[in-house]
Design a protein around this ligand. Sequence first.
Ligand SMILES: Nc1ncnc2c1ncn2[C@@H]1O[C@H](COP(=O)(O)OP(=O)(O)OP(=O)(O)O)[C@@H](O)[C@H]1O
Ligand SMILES: [Mg+2]
Length: 219
Amino acid sequence: MNNNRDRKYKEIPGGFFISFEGIDFCGKSTQVKLLASKLDKDGYGVIVVREPGGTEISEKIRSILLDNSNRNLIPEAELLLYEASRAQLTRELIAPGIKAGKIILSDRYFDSSTAYQGYGRGLDIESIQKINLLASSGIKPNLTFLFDLDPEIAQYRYSSLPLFKDRLEEEKIEFHRRVRQGFLKIASAEPQRFKIIPADDDIINISKIIYSAVTDIIS
Ligand SMILES: Nc1ncnc2c1ncn2[C@@H]1O[C@H](COP(=O)(O)OP(=O)(O)OP(=O)(O)O)[C@@H](O)[C@H]1O
Ligand SMILES: [Mg+2]
C-alpha cells in the first residue's frame, strides 16, 4: 500500500489530504488503517503517515517527545519539536504525495498542536497557528475527521489495556478535557474542512461513515 511505486493507481488531480484528529485513544489509528485498506482496494494510491513521526528524522523527534524521562520538556520546546517533525514530514512525504495524485492519510496533523499546546498547555493560539503554517508549507488537509470522545471513555479504554504509558498519555483528565474542547472550537471555525465523528460508536459503523464521507468527495 505505502510507497508502492510500481503499481498503477487511480490518480486524483491535486491529490487528497485527510487528517485524523482527536484526544488520545479516541480511535484514530484504528480508522486510518481501515480506511487505507478500503481505498487501497479501490485502486487509489494511498500514503499513511503519523504525527509526530512518519520520516526517519521525524521518528527520531517522536522518540524525544514520547520519552517518559523528558518530564522537564517545556511547552515551547515541545511545540517546536512537533513542528520540526511536521516540517520534515510535509516536505518529504505529504507534498510529493499530493503532487503524485495520491490520498494522504495523516494520523494527526497541525490541529493537534493547536489543541494540545494551545488549548491544553495554554500557549498563545495565534502564535501556534503561524508556526503551523510555516511547518506545513501552507498545505492544509482537504478533509479533517475529528473523533469526538469523552476523555473518561478514552481513559476507560486505555486502562483496560496493559500498555506502556507514554509522557502525554499520563496527563490528567482535565488536560484532555481542555484538549477536547479545543478541538471542537477549532472545528467550529472551519466547518467546511471538518467532519466531527461521535467516537463512542461501533468501530465498523464509524468506518462506514468515514469511507462514505471520503468517497462522496473523491469519486
Ligand atoms: N469505536 C471504538 N469503540 C471501542 N474501542 C475502540 C474504538 N476504536 C478504537 N478502539 C480501541 O481503543 C484503543 C485505542 O484506539 P486507537 O489506537 O485507534 O486510538 P488512537 O486515537 O490512535 O490513540 P492514540 O492517540 O494513543 O494514538 C484500541 O484498543 C482500539 O482497539
Ligand atoms: Mg494512534
